[in-house]
Design a binder for this molecule. Sequence first.
Ligand code: 5GP
Ligand code: MG
Length: 185
Amino acid sequence: MIHPFDMSQDIERVLVSEAEIHTRLVELGQELSRDYAGKKPIFVGVLKGVVPFFAEMARCIQIPCQWDFMSVTSFEGGTQSTGKLTFRKDIDHDIAGRHVVILEDILDSGRTLSYVCDLLRQRGPASLKICTFLDKPAGRTVDMNADYVAFTIPNAFVVGYGLDYDDYYRNLPYVGVLKPSVYED
Ligand code: 5GP
Ligand code: MG
C-alpha cells in the first residue's frame, strides 16, 4: 500500500528536478512556437503519462494550436515493456493536410511511437513530428528518433511527472529513479 507522503522514500535519486523541468519546457515551448508559427499545428498527446508534460508545454506554446489525445499502452504494471501494444483510444480530429506533433512521456524501445507514427502517417498529415519529454536512447530496439527532446536520460526505470509504476507516482513533481526494492519483492 502506497501512501502519498511516503512516495519520496521510494525514490533512489532525483534525475530531473521540478525547476529544471520548468526552465527546459519554457525553452522548448519557444522553439515549437517559432517552428510552427503560422501552421496551426495539432498536438497529439499519448495518454496517460504525457498529461503533466502536455499541460505545461501547452502553456509554454504561444501560437494558435489544437489538442488531441490517443491512448496506446505497452506496459501491464511492470517495469519492462511487454512489446504487445494495446490501442485504447483514437484521436478525434481529421489530420489530413495538418501539421501534427506527437507528444509522449518517454521514448524507450521506440515501439510505441513507431506504432503511433505509422498509424497517423497513413492519414496524410502535412507533417508529423515527435516531441518527447524523456529520451532513453540505451533502450532503443527499433529505429526511431524524436525531433524534440526535453531531457535525455540514462537507462534506468524512472517515475514521476506523469511516469508511473503500476499507475502510482505519476503525481511526483520531478523525475526520479525508483528504488528496485519497490518492484523486486
Ligand atoms: P517504448 O514503446 O518506447 O518502449 O516505451 C514507451 C512507453 O513505455 C512509455 O510511454 C512509458 O509508458 C513506458 N516506459 C518506458 N520507459 C519507462 C520508464 O523508465 N519509466 C516508466 N514509468 N515508464 C516507462
Ligand atoms: Mg506511456
